[in-house]
Design a protein around this ligand. Structure first.
Ligand SMILES: N[C@@H](CCC(=O)N[C@@H](CS)C(=O)NCC(=O)O)C(=O)O
Length: 221
């Protein structure tokens, strides 16, 4: 039997949780290796050998080492195409549509939502001062993005069509924090189609397992 793939980083990280959700959807056995970010382990020379930007996640499968959660997820979908749930298309049109919405997540949805997640969910926990102007600007940017999603999701069940794909999955990490750990969940919940879509994607078994992993404290060192 092939060895389990390795994911380095804490499940609380949005980028790590994206990869974990993908592995669970694809039924790929994995080993989650802790990286103690509070102690700066992600900036140490040994870790920089596998993730040169000093960020999480890093990923290893056999002899391959990868970073960037969306690229890792694409790799998992390609390599394990014949197992688990189909998250990626098989013909050029399906693939292009999934890629388009995956790019929309990375380029349009992620920038404002990750600022809001940091400012509203993480800054208070880290006892950092929130930047009200930044929050306001990014809330307005995200609202515009979600208006586009609202229209799209009025036309199709999921972003890239009638099937759940990697494009939907990729929204789960930031969406989870926005809806459940900030007071800006209305951005999602006040838009009828976005709310319906969010309810469907966030109740998938794979994602519920990731949230469980986020809520269970790491084993003591
Ligand atoms: N685009 C990268 C982003 C990775 C990233 O920003 N990771 C954060 C945690 S979610 C991190 O490592 N932050 C610590 C740092 O940048 O020093 C990906 O998707 O993998």
């Amino acid at each position: 039997m092939a060895a389990a793939v390795k994911v380095y980083g804490p499940p609380l990280s949005t980028a790590v949780s994206r990869v974990l959700a993908c592995l669970l959807e694809k039924d790929v056995p994995f080993q989650l290796l802790p990286v103690n970010m509070a102690r700066g382990e992600h900036k140490k020379p040994d870790y920089l050998k596998i993730q040169p930007f000093g960020q999480v996640p890093a990923f290893q499968d056999e002899s391959i080492t990868l970073f960037e959660s969306r690229a890792i997820s694409r790799y998992i979908c390609d390599k394990y195409a014949n197992q688990g749930n189909k998250l990626f298309g098989t013909n050029p049109l399906e693939k292009a549509s999934i890629d388009q919405w995956l790019e929309a997540e990375g380029q349009s949805f992620n920038p404002p939502s990750s600022v809001l997640v940091f400012q509203l969910a993480f800054a208070p926990r880290m006892k950092l001062k929130q930047d009200e102007n930044l929050i306001k600007q990014n809330e307005a940017k995200l609202a515009k993005v979600l208006d586009v999603y609202e229209k799209r999701l009025g036309e199709s069940r999921y972003l890239a069509g009638d099937e759940f794909t990697l494009a939907d999955l990729s929204h789960l990490p930031n969406g989870q924090y926005l809806v459940n750990a900030t007071d800006r969940g209305e951005l999602f919940l006040s838009r009828k189609n976005v709310e319906r879509w969010w309810g469907e994607i966030s109740s998938r078994e794979s994602w519920k397992k990731v949230v469980e992993m986020q809520n269970s404290p790491p084993p003591s060192a």
